[in-house]
Design a protein around this ligand. Structure first.
Ligand code: SAH
Length: 260
């Protein structure tokens, strides 16, 4: 009897064929997630089929948006607010050559991530404990990644401020979203360029496995993120950036200019 059959058939639709070793890594992931979830609040999704689809396959849909190849050099990925490791770890299992950083503010969750990466025998997985607002100002993280990923962390306008600073110019930020993202997009699209980004595409994920309009919002990094961003911890969520408005004399100012 093979394991993780739902995941395997879903992944095939994404053009990914998972080896027996990869499937068994996913099975271990599932078991550890459920075991640790008894003590830690990691996820509400714990059923065998649900985890395969709503966690693992959902994470793998990112592969619709990226080419994890870069002239031989390792493709560097950061997952911002990774929680129990998603979408980063399922992608690492499926694309073992990427260099992955998992960023998570809650230390208890990073204990799980450390345990799991070791148990899965994964190499080139770095785990950073902290808030994106702080970590994104450290030079070894700022504008260092080819792809910045996030799922379930914050509305796009907040997320863009947290995520784009990590992205190197020429790289991209990919947010996993679902449902009606129209209003969120309207709010975000006006500040993306302020943060050095440019919307490339909102890519629909058309798999029968999902019935709730899942999309990937793909934003390319085209210019450096100005130094004040992200603002201090909590501010990007509490006071989302507003679009720059021209003043009567033609100068631009931002209402949050004084925050950092
Ligand atoms: N990406 C995971 C978890 C989503 S829950 C998934 O899709 O399953 C959101 C997670 O982001 C939580 O674990 C929370 O601790 C973390 N988080 C929220 N804001 C953050 C921030 N500013 N910096 C780092 N982590 C953050």
């Amino acid at each position: 009897m093979s394991v993780m059959e739902k995941l395997q058939s879903g992944a095939q639709k994404l053009g990914l064929s998972l080896s027996p070793r990869q499937l068994s890594q996913f099975y271990i992931y599932y078991q550890e997630l459920v075991a640790w979830n008894q003590r830690l609040n990691l996820t509400r999704i714990t059923g065998y089929e649900d985890v395969q689809i709503k966690h693992f396959l959902d994470s793998l849909t990112v592969s619709l948006a990226w080419p994890p190849r870069k002239n031989g050099a390792a493709f560097r990925v950061i997952d911002v607010g990774t929680g129990a490791g998603m979408p980063g770890l399922p992608l690492k299992i499926s694309f073992p050559n990427i260099k992955l950083t998992l960023l998570e503010a809650t230390a208890k969750k990073t204990a799980f991530l450390r345990h799991l990466s070791q148990k899965l025998g994964l190499e080139n997985v770095a785990i950073a404990v902290g808030r994106a607002e702080d970590v994104a100002h450290q030079s070894q993280y700022r504008e260092r990644f080819d792809a910045v990923l996030a799922r379930g962390v914050a509305p796009l306008v907040t997320l863009a401020e947290l995520a784009l600073p990590f992205c190197r110019i020429g790289g991209s930020f990919i947010a996993l979203k679902k449902g009606d993202i129209g209003p969120e997009m309207d709010q975000a699209s006006r500040v993306v360029s302020l943060l050095g980004g440019k919307l490339r595409e909102i890519k629909g994920v058309n798999l029968d496995e999902f019935s709730d309009k899942r999309v990937l919002v793909i934003i390319d990094k085209v210019s450096p993120t100005p130094e004040p961003y992200p603002r201090r911890p909590g501010i990007p969520g509490k006071r989302p950036l507003l679009a720059p408005a021209p003043e009567p004399d033609g100068n631009m100012r931002h209402p949050q200019d004084d925050d950092r």
